[in-house]
Design a protein around this ligand. Structure first.
Ligand code: RIB
Length: 296
């Protein structure tokens, strides 16, 4: 099965700070690093490093040529990435001494997708292929409708959640991968089991993966539940931990791995990502993940 990810590519400006800056406050950063990121890019790299056949589509400006180069380096097909006359998306990320982060996004080229571009990309995929989406590009309602008409399976990471997602026909999504905050935004509930129950009420045919931070992750499908605790590590930078989990989980299930095994592999991959700086550079290769799992 081919996986198409129509997703964001961001230059991540990562500032280490004592504490996340407060309204009205000015604070000097301890350091600045620039990493490749964007939820779309991170998830494509995680899929490829986990062994999936992944195609990344999306837009960059001329300042983003490193994205297709890096995709190719990691085995992500970059032939659908196009350059436009708009700045590449970027993110300003503050990381405090406890490794907590906050992210300010500038969409840039990520928000310039056109219907004709989407049609061109989708024409290379067919029924049974998987489409992966996050909420950092425009035209999600259009993309979901066209992909669904083609019979593609749609996986959605509704992150960052905002009102634009309410325009998407979410009943067309077959796999949701989301965290507790997004689960609350979709359902109105805060308790994980209530979030899952409500999501399955709203989308009875969907598979749901709800990540719970330090409390692990739960998979739900009908009456089935599968829980995976985290592998505790000293956190350095939690950016892209969720993206690593998403990419690894989808890679696992698209190759037919049992859900419990896919969750375990994803949790381990995510724990390794958390122990390293940056988004894309923190995502481990599958060999490393499997070797680490073998030690547990
Ligand atoms: O999920 C992490 C990502 O969110 C970062 O890489 C940043 O670019 C934002 O999109």
């Amino acid at each position: 099965m081919k996986v198409l990810n129509i997703g964001s590519m961001n230059l991540d400006y990562v500032y280490h700070v004592d504490h996340i800056v407060q309204p009205g406050e000015t604070e000097a950063a301890d350091s600045l690093n620039v990493f490749l990121g964007g939820k779309g890019m991170n998830q494509s790299v995680a899929l490829a490093k986990a062994g999936a056949d992944v195609f990344h589509a999306g837009l960059i400006g001329e300042d983003g040529r490193i994205f297709p180069e890096t995709c190719r380096e990691y085995g992500v097909d970059a032939s659908f990435i196009r350059e436009v006359d708009i700045k590449t998306g970027h993110a300003i990320i503050q990381i405090d001494r406890g490794a907590q982060n906050c992210i300010l996004l500038y969409g840039g080229a990520n928000q310039a997708l056109t219907e004709s571009y989407v049609d061109e990309v989708l024409s290379a995929f067919e029924s049974g292929d998987m489409l992966l989406l996050q909420n950092e590009v425009n035209l999600l309602p259009y993309i979901v409708d066209r992909a669904w008409e083609k019979g593609m399976q749609i996986a959605l990471n509704p992150s960052p959640f905002n009102d634009k997602l309410r325009e998407v026909d979410l009943s067309r999504v077959s796999v949701f991968l989301l965290n507790e905050v997004e689960g609350n935004q979709v359902t109105g509930f805060t308790d994980p089991e209530e979030i899952l129950k409500e999501m399955l009420q709203m989308f009875p045919k969907a598979k749901i993966v709800l990540t719970l931070g330090k409390d692990g992750a739960v998979y739900a499908e009908g009456e089935v539940r599968c829980f995976q605790p985290i592998f505790p590590v000293q956190a350095v930078d939690t950016t892209a931990a969720g993206d690593t989990f998403t990419g690894y989980f989808l890679a696992g299930i698209t190759e037919g791995m049992p859900v419990a095994e896919a969750l375990r592999m994803s949790a381990k991959a995510s724990s390794i990502a958390v122990s390293r700086a940056g988004a894309v550079p923190s995502i481990p290769w599958r060999e490393e993940v499997m070797a680490a799992l073998a030690e547990n």
